[in-house]
Write a protein that binds this ligand. Sequence first.
Ligand code: MLT
Length: 321
Amino acid sequence: MPEVLITENIIGEEMDKLRERFDSIFEPNLWKEPDRLRAMIPDFRALIARNQTQITRDIIEAGTRLEVIARAGVGMDNVDLAAASRAGIVVAWTPEQNSNSVAELTIGLMLSLARMIPDADVDTKKGGWNRWKYIGVELLGKTLGIVGLGRIGSLTAAKARALGMEILAYDPYVDPESLRAMEVRARLTSLEEVLALSDFVSLHLPETDETRGMFGDEQFGQMKPGAYFINAARGGVVKEDALLRALQEKRIAAAALDVRQQEPAVPSAFDEMTNVILIPHIGAQTREAQRRVVTAVARDVTAILNGEEAKHFANFSKPRR
Ligand code: MLT
């Protein structure tokens, strides 16, 4: 009987070893077929996925043999963690393994916005040589407002400091003492102040009941006029219609979105806007992050299937069923 079901494109040396050891089914597009996944899941002891497989309560409850759900990544918005915990299933994940890649992408997006690099590239390839159209801004001396100062937010802060930026941050779950201990040089303040004073605002929050739809007309209205907005966290945190209004009314200068309210994204007015950078959720898509993520996930699944403890888990280290 097969033991491991892999529903997304999760490959690498450690996954090969896992698949040699345990009878596995690799269906990288199964995330698109939740009904088939629900019908298949009763056979498996392990389910390995990224962020596209919706691991809902009914799928978890149908997984009567499941011992571990392994999330190759950090966002937990696609896993019903409470249902998995109730069922005694370990939820393994890979915090920290891709944080640096996301922080680097954020800096890349900030520079791209500041210097209009994507639009200048398209324009030049079309035959333009419009040097005066592309007068950008420097990051030196500007203020970056970070909303959510966890692992990725802190790494982004450190990299932005190195570029000469001042950092303001909003995170109700972080206290100034721990920031000092971790040597994160950011001033924690209210969300209103972060929005009002920052030249660039970057989101680094998970999508939860608390944060879903958190950025709407009110928040975009509070941003400094002409500021830039970056979201490489979760699309559901932002009301895209409100962002569109803020851009169309020129209240903010430009935006970069790595994540969308609906993924894969559907056509929208953003597609036509030269001051909007759209990329397909590639924050963690580096060779290094993928190697670390895949290695961590494969090792934890192997450990659980061998009756040992997982190293990186969101609920408990061994199954409780
Ligand atoms: C994550 O949550 O780790 C990232 O968004 C990337 C991913 O899920 O593949």
